[in-house]
Design a protein around this ligand. Structure first.
Ligand code: NAD
Length: 253
């Protein structure tokens, strides 16, 4: 449980900062009904091995297995709404405090909440690309059809398999997104990590960049992370309760 002192301390860190960056993981979206990977009961890893179904090697060998695994997740994502934690970040941006959001999520909820500057390190479900001829498609149309018939979507031009523009294990991160995120992390005087186990590299290196450049670090996460001991403040509680509470105290300072 977050204490009143922790909430007040977070509000003071925000007040003192000029350039804040939020670094978010799957945990920010669990209150929107989207399961994360590593939470002990609800995590997606408890039901399947993403290293086989959600790797680029697995996808090329057996796209049907990937699509069958991603089907319920995609259905949930397409129906999900931003929650109070996403909306708190939109408010922080409107107040001129938040420079950008760096996210590992593919759910597009930061954009839908209204944040303007979002680095999507692991891609998104807006588009899909043919793995043979690289023709780009709107993912929503393709996924909608797939949800209906369960048939792996193929390219209308060359018949190649279409892959949603999410970064699978074994793939490079999108370079412009990564460089933009690294630059934002280095220049931030405060990074707020929200709902990430910080176990997926290279994304998990970004909080270090902020710390090494002299910035402060707040971590809001249910579970302990390996960066808890270097953080300036750690709150082990639900992000959708903690972030609005911090903003509410901040507005009284
Ligand atoms: P993760 O699953 O490894 O860790 C999530 C962390 O969030 C856990 O430590 C958990 O304790 C914490 N958490 C869960 N709900 C929370 C809440 N309401 N408040 C505070 N903390 C909460 O997620 P990750 O670090 O993002 O890395 C996993 C990978 O999973 C990422 O690469 C991401 O692309 C992918 N992923 C994305 C989504 C999505 O887009 N919503 C969903 C599942 C997985």
């Amino acid at each position: 449980m977050a204490s009143a002192e922790q909430i007040a301390q977070a509000a003071r860190l925000i007040q003192a900062a000029q350039r804040i960056v939020a670094f978010t993981g799957a945990g920010i979206s669990t209150p929107s009904g989207i399961p994360d990977f590593r939470s002990p009961t609800s995590g997606l890893w408890t039901h399947a091995d993403p290293m086989s179904v959600a790797s680029i090697f697995g996808f090329r060998q057996n796209p049907q297995a990937f699509y069958d695994w991603v089907r319920p997740l995609a259905r949930t994502i397409l129906a999900a709404q931003p929650n109070a934690a996403h909306l708190a970040l939109t408010r922080l941006e409107a107040l001129g405090k938040l420079h950008s959001v760096i996210t590992q999520n593919i759910d597009m909820l930061h954009h839908r909440a209204g944040n303007q500057q979002v680095y999507e390190l692991h891609g998104h479900l807006r588009e899909a690309t043919c793995i043979q001829c690289f023709k780009l498609y709107s993912a929503q149309t393709i996924l909608g059809r797939y949800m209906h018939d369960g048939v792996v979507p193929l390219c209308q031009e060359c018949g190649g398999v279409l892959k949603p523009n999410v970064i699978l294990f074994g793939e490079q991160l999108p370079i412009r997104q990564l460089q933009g995120a690294q630059d934002a992390a280095k220049k931030a005087d405060l990074m707020i990590v929200i709902g990430s186990s910080l176990e997926v590299a290279p994304a998990s290196d970004l909080p270090w960049l902020t710390k090494r450049s002299g910035g402060k670090l707040i971590i809001v996460n249910f579970e302990v992370t390996h960066l808890d001991e270097v953080a300036d403040l750690v709150i082990h509680d639900d992000a959708s309760l903690v972030l609005p509470a911090i903003l509410s105290v901040y507005s009284t300072l």
